[in-house]
Design a protein around this ligand. Structure first.
Ligand code: HEC
Ligand code: HEC
Length: 179
């Protein structure tokens, strides 16, 4: 616990400078490339009303992103979200907490605006981040560092945040900083 808080603190200090020291945050451990998947966490029958669901076959066939996400057309961006982000992130979030994230969909990240075509990121619909927020949610912080950031970065065709170059995908591509 203390160790994690220290790591989170370290991370946040650099995050505040616009940086995310993933190496520091990860405690020197290589970010898990293939984290153990809990088969028990596989979602049960999703609600039929869930428009954002994509059949598994479709996601399996999705071509790997060759272009950077930024360079894609709006239609291609939608396709990446549906065929890659939703399946991979649903799996990750439900492995963390199947109940809490039972209904994982576009709005989980984008907020209710997603229903009206507002996909702007970072979004004020997610909890704003500061050191306090991270200390209050150590499990979630660890999950974000080890799973969400590396997985999303890979899907988007971006490196994870590099504090030296200020390039790459990190916490503040989704969350807004609390001030
Ligand atoms: C795990 C979180 C997450 C989920 C779930 C998610 N998105 Fe996204 N989405 C993002 C992030 C992060 C970006 C911004 C990527 C970047 O930094 O360029 C984004 C960007 C977009 C964009 C491009 C916005 C722009 O201004 O170019 C669209 C469109 C979009 N998402 C649609 C969707 C749709 C539709 C769904 C559901 C099928 C969805 N997203 C689910 C995280 C998510
Ligand atoms: C792809 C988008 C995305 C990225 C990148 C991301 N997060 Fe999150 N974060 C989320 C979502 C979605 C939730 C869950 C919100 C909910 O419970 O509905 C969340 C929740 C959290 C929470 C829980 C807050 C609370 O009050 O419950 C913390 C803390 C957090 N994130 C920290 C981080 C940190 C630190 C990073 C960078 C290492 C990060 N996040 C990167 C999408 C993201």
């Amino acid at each position: 616990m203390k160790y994690l808080l220290n790591k989170a603190g370290l991370c946040f200090t650099s995050c505040l400078g616009g940086a995310l020291v993933l190496a520091a945050c990860g405690g020197g451990a290589t970010p898990a490339e293939a984290p153990a998947q809990d088969p028990a966490a596989t979602p049960e029958a999703p609600s039929p009303a869930e428009a954002s669901r994509v059949p598994a076959e479709e996601s399996a066939e999705a071509a790997p992103t060759t272009k950077k996400f930024d360079e894609l057309s709006p239609e291609e961006k939608m396709a990446v979200m549906k065929t890659q982000v939703i399946p991979q992130m649903t799996e990750a979030f439900q492995a963390l907490d199947a109940k809490e994230f039972e209904n994982f969909r576009c709005t989980t990240c984008h907020g209710p605006g997603a229903n009206n075509g507002d996909f702007e990121m970072p979004t004020k619909s997610l909890p704003k981040l500061d050191e306090e927020e991270m200390k209050d949610h150590p499990e979630m912080t660890k999950f974000m560092i080890e799973q969400v950031v590396p997985k999303m970065a890979a899907i988007l065709g971006e490196p994870t945040y590099n504090p030296e170059t200020h390039q790459g995908f990190g916490c503040f591509n989704c969350h807004i900083k609390k001030d």
